[in-house]
Write a new protein. Structure first.
Length: 124
C-alpha cells in the first residue's frame, strides 16, 4: 500500500509539473485567466478544484492540530494545488509504518494504538 500510494503521488507530481511548465511556457497565468474567465466551464472547474483543495486542507488541519502548519499548508495548497497535496501525502508516507494500519496514516495525531495490541487504532 505504501509503495502504491508513493507511486501515485510521484505520478501526480510529475504530471502536474509537466503540464504546469508546458502551459507556462506557452502563456502566463494572468493572461490565460483573463482569456478564459468568460467561459462558465472554466469558472466551474476552477471552483470545483478549489472546493476540493479546501476539503483536503480541512482534513489536513484537523490531522495536524498545529495552527502554524495549518496556515502554511493552506497557503501552499491554494497556491500550488495538487503539487502541494501530493507533497503533503509523500511527507506523511515517509513516517508511516504500514503495520500500524491505514488509520494511523489518515488520523495522524488523533490515532492511538489499541491497548490489546490491535492495529485498528482509536480516536482520542
Amino acid at each position: 500500500m505504501k509503495t502504491f500510494l508513493t507511486t501515485v503521488c510521484l505520478a501526480v507530481l510529475a504530471i502536474m509539473l509537466y503540464v504546469t511548465i508546458s502551459a507556462s511556457l506557452q502563456q502566463d497565468l494572468i493572461s490565460a485567466t483573463r482569456q478564459l474567465w468568460p467561459d462558465l466551464w472554466f469558472r466551474a472547474t476552477l471552483a470545483d478544484a478549489y472546493c476540493g483543495f479546501l476539503f483536503f486542507w480541512l482534513w489536513l488541519a484537523w490531522r495536524e492540530q498545529s495552527a502554524a502548519k495549518s496556515v502554511l499548508w493552506f497557503v501552499l495548497i491554494m497556491a500550488l494545488g495538487n503539487l502541494a497535496m501530493a507533497s503533503y501525502i509523500l511527507l506523511q508516507l515517509r513516517s508511516w509504518n504500514p503495520s500500524d494500519g491505514v488509520a494511523r496514516l489518515l488520523l495522524g495525531a488523533h490515532w492511538l494504538p489499541e491497548r490489546d495490541g490491535g492495529n485498528s487504532g482509536n480516536l482520542h
